[in-house]
Design a protein around this ligand. Sequence first.
Ligand SMILES: [Cu+2]
Ligand SMILES: [Zn+2]
Length: 226
Amino acid sequence: MLNFSWSVVFFGLQKPKISLIIIFAMIGLTGYLLWISSGKRLAFWTLLPYFLWILFAMYLNFYIVANNMNTMKAVCVLDSQTMKKGVSGIVYLEETADKKTRIYGSIRGLRPGLHGFHIHEAGDMTKGCDSACSHYNPYGHNHGGLTAKKRHVGDLGNVEAGKNGVAAIDIVDRFVKLRGKYSVIGRSLVVHEDEDDLGNGNHDDSLTTGHSGKRLACGVIGYAKI
Ligand SMILES: [Cu+2]
Ligand SMILES: [Zn+2]
């Protein structure tokens, strides 16, 4: 889906700096054409490059949208790392047209019920899921639920496994980003043994981890093939 951007709409390019260089080149070209035409058929020759450019921009736009080139997509393969408990999953993260991120996929091998599910700060699996650090929290808030106004960026609430131990995931979130300063690419997804209390429990760790217990499986979030 198209990730809306004015530089794409007007100039067919995703790079605003390159668009600016092209605008200046167009102004220069106009000046040159005005100079050589010295009044003869001025309007046509002045406007022709603009018409051509608009056609080219429309073509580039169409190409970018048709090939999904403007959408960022990431993937995380979760496994039990050092835990050897047979929990595994594949979760995709994809930008939506309204600049949110859709997080979808499934995790299997879970005990039926709710399990805390978070983006942790580090994509470091050197000590299994334990080296993934805390919940990704660039704004310094307390732990909360997915729908809380203030929460860790990494707080994705709970996933719910059915009787077969499989949890289907489909979340759309406005805090999780796949580009820019707060991109989660290179960080990790972790699924926990226990339910995340969304910060509402009165445990010591309710406002830091949601009291979700051990880390059952995790994986590094990386760029996906599109
Ligand atoms: Cu976690
Ligand atoms: Zn948290």
